[in-house]
Write a protein of this length. Structure first.
Length: 285
């Protein structure tokens, strides 16, 4: 507990759950002091952090989601505090869905305690279920996509620490869900079903905001890496669609100097991989 206390702190003011009126103190990550030693950025735009001698391993992603410890309503902080009456009623009625979503995986879960990797994963699962009740103005599909992708990352981290508990399998499940949601985000934006106009931060991680281009890139990356491969015709269709949207980023490499170089470089590499697989699949058809 003493070591965890050096990594995080509890807010001085209570948070009141807009769904069940429970009062709790939100846990936040302490910044500075060498707690976060930034390492490499993965092709999924996930920032890795190197452990330090003083603080050990630190996982910033376990803290962003606010979770009510009583009714398990969960959302990113701003969305949580702005839940309106109609949404609160839906969330009150769907409490059992949230409980059942995590109780079999984490039977001893307690959000009044300091968070660990399991609580972090559970917070994103609860956010995924909670956002089903949020209005379209809050862009819930994007939040669900980010939640499932981050859950996959945390499952990968915990699998490195605790073997033989099927967290590698759970990571693959979340990656496939993330692929579905990111594909929906692009479709909804194109049809006007769910506008991203008011989104402040697209993530996907907490250190950089890669904007809508990051969403486009991840849509293609997740489809290429985790999309279904059983039906070749569907695979081809989705890969071609992914290559089309990725081409938008690739085409900007000379025309714009404002795009993050890492994103553009990753998009160029991904574009080549998708093009190669499409050629192979068409050759075997």
């Amino acid at each position: 507990m003493a070591e965890i206390a050096k990594i995080s702190f509890y807010a001085k003011n209570k948070t009141v759950c807009p769904v069940c009126d429970a009062e709790f103190y939100r846990e936040n990550l302490l910044s500075g002091g060498g707690r976060m030693n930034a390492g490499n950025l993965t092709p999924e735009m996930h920032r890795l952090y190197e452990p330090t001698q003083k603080y050990g391993k630190v996982y910033p992603l376990i803290y962003p989601v606010t979770v009510c410890p009583e009714c398990y309503t969960a959302a990113f902080e701003k969305d949580f505090t702005e839940i309106d009456g109609a949404t609160a009623l839906k969330l009150k009625q769907s409490r059992s869905d949230r409980v059942s979503a995590v109780e079999s995986l984490f039977p001893e879960l307690d959000f009044t305690r300091s968070r660990d990797l399991k609580a972090g994963i559970a917070s994103y699962i609860l956010a995924l279920v909670s956002y089903d009740s949020f209005p379209l103005e809050t862009v819930p599909t994007l939040k669900q996509g980010m939640s499932t992708l981050r859950a996959a990352w945390l499952c990968h981290h915990i699998d490195q620490e605790i073997k033989n508990e099927n967290f590698d399998y759970l990571a693959r499940v979340f990656y496939r869900k993330a692929s579905f949601f990111y594909r929906q985000i692009v479709e909804y934006e194109q049809t006007g079903t769910e506008s991203i106009e008011n989104v402040g931060n697209f993530g996907p991680d907490i250190d950089n905001n890669y904007g809508y281009d990051g969403v486009i890139y991840l849509t293609g990356y997740l489809e290429y890496s985790y999309g279904q491969k059983e039906d070749v015709s569907v695979r081809l269709e989705r890969l071609k669609s992914s290559m089309t949207v990725i081409s938008r980023i690739v085409g900007m490499r000379k025309s714009s100097k404002t795009k993050p170089s890492t994103l553009v470089e990753n998009a160029i590499e991904l574009h080549g991989k998708i093009k190669k697989e499409i050629k192979t699949l068409e050759g075997n058809a």
